[in-house]
Design a protein. Structure first.
Length: 328
């Protein structure tokens, strides 16, 4: 059983070596522990310090985003034969001693995806700006409403994935990955569990490149969540848009009807009828788009399942050494 701990890093020379050193080398139920650092275009000594600390380093020429770093890390971790992948930040925000507790539900067969939760246990809620805590709670409620399961923290990057979970991931977002992963695995009916962890709420060094601008973070996070929901639940997504447009259209039509009833003529508010009709026509069009997208989604599900089986077969062959070049 091989565990790979994966850390995305951008200019984290102040903490990277310490974080790598803190990762447990022996864990019950795990035979080998490897560390992968994805150097996302750092301009400091992050890569060299990570290599000196014993990590496998994957480097991007320029910063591409946490989501892109996560995908690169998944690829390298899979190549290393990972059975379980743990993701954590390179800034020392998380306590590596919590890794055994984080992976225990996977080892016990209770879950395939385990996320560290800062808010599920009130005793573990970290000190952080009130607006950040409120934003995290609202995003958690939003995502929970989409997947029909209550989660308290969907933004924490301290997570564990079984092979069955990480091989199912087909991700597109470069800015971040946390919410896209949550929705993707929940919609694929992968068993998910939250484990309370104690997290430092404020970075000791530098600034978060994801949440340093709350408006930008909220906008881009909402965009990723909506795109993921659109891709996995297209009929619901477009039907909700159609419902809103229909309601608006009916309001304009009702206004025109009220004018006719009170004055006996449509003039000078005929425009209201045209606007209402346009809204209702657009609503019908959006509903048709949803129906077509739902049909295409069946193809996507089949492709994702086929891709998962191919990747699992590749990992099995790699584990058995059947795809290794012959010894000289």
């Amino acid at each position: 059983m091989k565990l790979v701990v994966q850390l995305p890093a951008l200019n984290e020379e102040a903490t990277i070596a310490e974080v790598i050193a803190s990762i447990p080398k022996t864990i019950p139920g795990i035979d080998a522990v490897r560390v992968v650092v994805v150097n996302d275009g750092s301009s400091d000594r992050t890569a060299s310090l990570a290599e000196a600390a014993g990590a496998v380093v994957v480097s991007h020429e320029k910063p591409r985003g946490v989501g892109a770093a996560f995908r690169s890390g998944l690829m390298k971790s899979s190549e290393l034969g990972a059975d379980i992948i743990v993701t954590m930040d390179a800034d020392g925000q998380f306590n590596a001693d919590d890794i055994p507790a984080l992976i225990r539900p996977i080892l016990n067969g209770e879950a395939d995806f385990v996320t560290g939760s800062r808010f599920v246990d009130p005793a573990f809620i970290p000190e952080m700006p009130a607006v950040k805590k409120w934003g995290n709670d609202q995003i958690a409620r939003w995502v929970s409403s989409m997947v029909k399961i209550r989660f308290y923290d969907v933004s924490c990057g301290f997570r564990a994935y079984s092979r069955n979970a990480f091989l199912r991931l087909v991700l597109l977002g470069d800015f971040t990955y946390t919410h896209e992963v949550f929705l993707s695995l929940a919609f694929a009916h992968v068993p998910i569990k939250e484990v309370p962890v104690r997290v430092r709420g404020v970075r000791e060094h530098g600034k978060s490149r994801v949440a340093n601008n709350l408006f930008r973070y909220g906008w881009r996070t909402a965009s990723i969540i909506l795109k993921t929901y659109r891709d996995y639940r297209p009929l619901r997504f477009f039907s909700k848009i159609a419902a809103v447009l229909t309601l608006l259209g009916l309001c304009f039509v009702a206004f025109l009807g009220y004018v006719k009833w009170t004055t006996g003529i449509f003039t000078p508010h005929k425009w209201s009828g045209f606007v209402g009709g346009a809204f209702i026509g657009t609503a019908i069009f959006m509903f048709i788009v949803g129906v077509v997208a739902e049909m295409l989604d069946r193809i996507r599900v089949a492709v994702d399942e086929s891709l998962f089986r191919v990747k699992r077969l590749e990992c099995t062959l790699r584990d058995n050494g059947e795809n290794q070049p012959p010894a000289p």
